[in-house]
Design a protein around this ligand. Sequence first.
Ligand SMILES: Cc1cc2nc3c(=O)[nH]c(=O)nc-3n(C[C@H](O)[C@H](O)[C@H](O)COP(=O)(O)OP(=O)(O)OC[C@H]3O[C@@H](n4cnc5c(N)ncnc54)[C@H](O)[C@@H]3O)c2cc1C
Length: 409
Amino acid sequence: MSEHGRRFVIAGAGIAGLTLALALAKFGASVTVLERRPRIDEFGAGLQISPNARRILDRLGASRYLMPHMHLPGAIDIYPIWRKHRPLASLELGSVMQQRFGAPYGVMHRADLVEALHQACKRFATIDVLFGVKNVDFAHHAHGFTVLVEEADGKSRTIRPFAYIGADGVHSATRTDLVAGPKSRYGGYVAWRALIEIKDLPEAFNTANTSLLWGPDFHGVVYPLPHRGVANLVLLTRMSERRARQARDGRPFMAPNAMQRSPLFVHMLDRAPKLTPWPLYEVSTRVWHKGVVGLVGDAAHAMLPFQAQGAAMAIEDAAVLAPLLMTHAEPETAYQAYARIRLGRMARVARLSAWNGQIFHLGWPLGYLRDLAVFAQGRRAHLKRLGWIYSYDPAPEPQLAPARPFETM
Ligand SMILES: Cc1cc2nc3c(=O)[nH]c(=O)nc-3n(C[C@H](O)[C@H](O)[C@H](O)COP(=O)(O)OP(=O)(O)OC[C@H]3O[C@@H](n4cnc5c(N)ncnc54)[C@H](O)[C@@H]3O)c2cc1C
């Protein structure tokens, strides 16, 4: 088999699946993406897209589809519970991100990002995204692996891919059923998400910036999505898994008492139409592949979102894995190299995310010491502290011929 014209099947048309499809198609591969939902829908809310992810999306030609939906906040303004009128600190984003890391730090709605990736995929005749897939079966045989797909309209198709990649999210069936990996584990927190009119944000806020609020046992993140005329609000609190599963749309129950003392939060909660609870699950495993089957994105390593890096890690995965799958003779060795490159970084980012949760939720007196440290560190210290995340560049891409039109194998 020539390295070009290889065929792949990806389960899941989310951020990981569509970015991987683009990255593979860029090297001339044929890709079928199987999505169980009937269309790209509005689930999820805002996402912060840091320069490490944005540089990859730029290279994949997705920028022009992203740009109309992305907002570039000038800073992250931090409001501890005792600050009502002005932020304690403003961590610069804006042009300094572009200068230091070669790409901006943006925010957008998750559905707009997925739609932008889908639009970018449509440029390739070699990418086929099938929505509303009803059933997928697998058959192993002496000369490979066959995927049997029952499509939305009841038709079926049989594909013999070089590799099958699960990009099917935190509760991935590919991980549990095909790779013999573990189930996801409850992370101990619930994210309460809402979209709120920008005019309803507290007057104290600079509505062009991201605002980070913290107090004992909770924190919140707010940023504008001006292209939709709303702001993304997410409130994070600890909760048992049993209570988290019972939570329904509305005002967050079990909200920490301290939150009621945050006038900024109370102002927003009074105006938010409803908050949707989102129990947070994690995946921690070194088992990312078995035979021709591999995992990317949340399916491999879902993490707590307190460093806003889950989607960025999915995008990085795609950029690392695609050239390996196109150059190795066997998928298994490509996956081994991918795991070697990615496991350490992923564990480090996941640890930092979990640690942020501890720091953001500190009470008296440690919370006060945290605030003093944040105040003292100034507007740009985070650029140095987080430089290892934002400056990451996947291994240089091998020289492969550019994409060409669809061909059968
Ligand atoms: C509150 C919160 C805030 C966050 N904020 C950020 C942020 O600011 N920045 C950031 O980088 N990350 C953030 N994240 C993380 C980010 O949302 C995820 O890491 C990212 O969406 C993972 O993408 P994915 O494509 O791997 O999975 P998903 O987005 O879950 O996509 C999986 C896709 O697979 C499909 N699917 C599932 N099962 C099957 C199946 N059996 N067959 C076919 N298709 C299937 C699903 O329908 C879905 O379309 C946040 C997460 C949360 C919860």
